[in-house]
Design a protein around this ligand. Structure first.
Ligand code: SF4
Length: 373
């Protein structure tokens, strides 16, 4: 087993593999050694990840204006505050006009892309409605907005329909790539089938979406082996985007019962940052989201994620009166911010850490673009 410095040096940006953008091949044991880094080693890991990111992607941050379309969901994932069995949630669905207004606002603010997210439904009315909304968003300024969808598991036919309507990115988090762990955070039934989740990710890749996935970090029962395998899973699937955030227990969910069996919020945050940094070494040119969950756990969390290797932020454009009802986890950051406040706040926050927003661009994954040239 190489020393920590040897692992990091081999994972540096100066090797031919890195220069070609293919990233380094870390073994599971090497990833675990990096996950365990403390003190000076931890700082070296973050410094190296930032160096790799700047060399491959510069200091740009891409924005996706987040539209939380509806909190109506047919599933009951054990960690999620929006699960259909949580009867305390007031359910909503934005009108067509509200969605289009949000998308127009994203365009006016120069965000370049929107992300349409919702609880999971696959009935015909929902599928038709999303198709229509994607087509309408595409009409804004002659298709100038990029569209990411995050609408859960669907049939390949549905994914294809939405792709043909104009969506070109899809985010479907695996949440845990270990099947046993998956069933500790999801019910073990036909509606929450691990293999189906994998099939969906494969369908998205096959259709040609810039496919994103991700996991929660600091789950009950999760081990360093699981986390290392999650990173190897992303690499093996060769995904274009990854979103990772600390697990935040929600009081109205079954996983709340295990809140005393997880690392402290500080540790979950630190582990998330290490996951981002290690993945940046492994996949230098993918897009990685600085998730809002980071900022919920730590007021500087999003900036820390950017400095650890992330390059995408998703400012929330959902009308304020609905945001309180889309709480997958509690105390979500920025729920009360108005979109324009969020906008100026981001510029200032990013400038303070030597980064800047790339406005009016789709901000596609460089890894994906190179692969499909
Ligand atoms: S995580 Fe998604 S699919 Fe699961 S209950 Fe929450 S909104 Fe529904």
């Amino acid at each position: 087993m190489p020393t920590f410095d040897e692992i990091l040096n081999n994972a540096g940006p100066l090797t031919l593999r890195q220069a070609q953008g293919s990233g380094t091949s870390l073994s599971k044991e090497e990833i675990k050694a990096l996950l365990a880094a403390e003190g000076e080693d931890k700082k070296k890991l973050f410094d190296r990840a930032l160096q790799v990111k700047l060399e491959h992607l510069d200091n740009y941050v891409h924005l996706r204006g987040l539209i939380e379309y509806s909190n109506i969901c047919t599933k009951y994932c054990l960690y999620c505050g929006v699960r259909c069995k949580n009867l305390k949630v007031k359910r909503y669905q934005l009108s067509d006009e509200e969605v289009i207004e949000c998308a127009k606002l994203a365009h006016e603010l120069g965000y370049g892309s929107v992300a349409l997210q919702s609880g999971e439904r696959s009935d015909k009315a929902f599928v038709d409605k999303i198709t229509y909304l994607v087509q309408e968003i595409k009409k804004i300024d002659n298709g100038s907005l990029g569209i990411t969808l995050s609408l859960g598991e669907q049939t390949e036919e549905t994914y294809r329909r939405w792709f043909e309507a104009g969506a070109h990115r899809y985010l479907l988090r695996i949440e845990a790539s270990n099947e046993d762990l998956y069933y500790k955070i999801h019910p073990h039934d036909a509606k929450h089938d691990f293999k189906q989740r994998l099939t969906c990710i494969d369908s998205l890749l096959k259709i040609g979406y810039q496919t994103g996935t991700g996991v929660m970090v600091g789950l009950p029962f999760q081990t360093f082996d699981d986390l290392a395998n999650d990173l190897l899973f992303f690499k093996q699937k060769d995904v274009a985007m990854v979103g990772m955030g600390p697990f935040i227990p929600h009081p109205d969910t079954p996983l709340w019962e295990y809140r005393d069996q997880i690392p402290s919020a500080e540790k979950r945050m630190e582990l998330t940052l290490k996951m981002i940094a290690i993945l940046r070494l492994m996949m230098p040119e993918i897009n990685m989201v600085a998730a809002t969950a980071n900022q919920t756990v730590d007021p500087q969390g999003r900036e820390k994620a950017i400095l650890a290797g992330a390059n995408v932020i998703m400012p929330n454009l959902t009308p304020n009166e609905f945001r309180e009802n889309y709480l997958i986890y509690p105390d979500k950051a920025c729920v009360k911010d108005k979109p324009d406040e969020c906008h100026s706040c981001l510029d200032v926050r990013l400038a303070a850490i030597g980064h800047k927003v790339l406005y009016n661009a789709w901000g596609d994954s460089v890894a994906f673009t190179k692969k499909h040239q």
